[in-house]
Design a protein around this ligand. Sequence first.
Ligand SMILES: [Zn+2]
Ligand SMILES: [Zn+2]
Length: 350
Amino acid sequence: MLAAVLHGPNDLRVEHVNDPIIGAGELLVKVEACAICGTDLRIVKGTKTRGVHYPSIIGHEFAGTVVDVGEGVTNFAPGDHVAVAPIIPCRNCAYCVNGQENVCLNRVAIGYEFNGGFAELVCIPAVVLDAGNIVKIDPGVPLEAAALAEPLSCCLNGQRKARVRLNSNVVIIGAGPIGLMHIMLARAAGAAQIIVSELLPNRRERALAAGADVVIDPGRENLLEIVKNCTNGLGADIVILAIGVPALVNDTLRLLRKGGHLNFFAGMPEGATSSIDANLIHYNELRLSGTSASTRQDFYEALNLIVTGKIAASSLISHRFPLREADQAFAVAFAGEGEKVVIYPSQSGR
Ligand SMILES: [Zn+2]
Ligand SMILES: [Zn+2]
């Protein structure tokens, strides 16, 4: 089969490799669509290494069609369309037991420890099936949309932590694919106003199309002034920091009303620090939260939002490539000007 194999940092090669051979309890899935995640970019660059090995096939945001089932598999059959929740919690550690399986101490993931979706075929190990990480979906649901359930599930986790709800005034910093998902989720949750800050003009346009009420260019406009104007001088209920820029943290705290909530959704560059005026938190009784990955329940709910059309996931895709053009796909994703970049391995020609 054709696969994009990562041989080391900055060494991704599209090449022919042996088809995976499945064993008992496993599934062989033909990958129809696999999206490039910001994390994949960090893995390719070599700045994220946890769980990564070489050579390996990365890609954890994908959906496909079952082509073969291993001995003992009874709940899936060839032809089934499936979405894949890539993170497999151990279900045993202190965090799993406490309902925080997204930060499981022993978690493994497809696209990291197990080969992922930038390939024509992927073997789904038995442990993944056992954990309920493979979800059958209606054949009428576009698989490219289902492939985006994983990033959407992380955003859903973030919005829960930040308690976005009916009538919330929400500020979202950054309108990349993750920022757009936050816009769509906040809209679906009944937010009163969604204010978005984004430097790139094409991303600002997409933010408006995704449902933002006010979209500003922080290079030219004063976000704090605009947020105050939109909220009777009070400030936002919730700010979601969807870009990993440490220098923004303090200014972001100033956007909040008393009792407001800042969610650190994006990861920051490793080792980066930001200096903050702690009195902003103290006197304004601000609440802060972080968000890392998602639970299986988050995934099921995110997928349901896509399947029912509540979230128009396909509209987040700005670029589509066959697998043999994976290099170009990654170049576009690295340039960071589009939104979701998706690779379609089954159209690559064998
Ligand atoms: Zn991802
Ligand atoms: Zn665990």
